[in-house]
Ligand binder design. Sequence first.
Ligand code: ARG
Length: 271
Amino acid sequence: MKFRKVVTLAMAAVLGAALLTGCGSSTQDTQDNAAEGNTTASAESTVPTVTEGKLIMATNAYFPPYEYYEGSQIVGIDVEIAEAIGEKLGLEVEVQDMEFDSIITAVATGKADLGLAGMTVTPERRQNVNFSDTYATGIQSVIVKEDSDIQTIDDLQGKKIGVQLSTTGDIKASEDFGEENVEKFNKGNDAVLALTQDRVDAVIIDNQPALSFVASNDGLKILDTQYVEEEYAACIAKDNEELLDAVNGALAELKEDGTIQSILDKYLVAE
Ligand code: ARG
C-alpha cells in the first residue's frame, strides 16, 4: 500500500515535470519578462497556483474604480495591479467575477489564487485567509439624497441604511445602527438604486465607489463626515504562503518603482 503511494507520487512528479517543460516554451509572457531583464524571473514557475501558469483573481466587479465592467471586460485598479503582479511572477491573470460574499470562500477553498476587490483587512477575515501587504486606503462614506435631512453620522439613527452584503460598510452599519435598520444588497449599485427610489435613506459604501455612484446618478451627495478608515489588501489562502510571499515581493517592487501609484493616479477620483 505504502509502496503504491510512493510510486504514484513519483509518477506524478515525472508527469508534473513533463508538463512544466511542456508549457515552458509556450509561456510567451514569461520569456518576454526575462528578455526585458525583469529580475523576479527566479520566482517564476515555482509559485504554486490553482492552475499552472495562471493567477486567478476573484473579485466583485461592481466597485468602480477598483473593478467594473467596460463593455464585457472587467477593468480597474485591482485588475491592473493583478496584471502587474502576474507579469512579475510569470503568471497569466484570469479575472473571475462573483458575489463579494463568495470571494473569501473561493480563495480559502482553492478555487481562486487571490481575492482583489478593494477588500479591507479585518481581524475576522484574517481567521480564514491571509492578507498581503496593503496597497491602498479606503474610507466608508455615507451617500444621501441632496435634499436629505441626514447631515451627520448620528442622524443615521433609526434610518434605513443600504449596504453591500458582507462588506465592512454592512458590518459597521449593522453594529452601530442595528441589523434591523440595514438593508443588504448583493451589489453596491443596487443599494444606490434603492436610495434613488427612496427605499433606503442612505447608503454606506467605500469613498471611491461612492464618488463614482454620485457622479453617475442625479440628486445624490456624500456627507462631509467620514465614517471609518480602512486599508485594502489582496487575500490569499492560508496554506499558500509561497504565493503570499511572492505577491508581497511583487507589491514591494511595484510600490518602489512607482507602478502602484501610477495605477492609483490613473483611476482615483479627487474628493
Ligand atoms: N472595502 C469593503 C470591504 O472590504 C468593500 C469592498 C467591496 N468590494 C467589491 N469589489 N465589491 O468590505
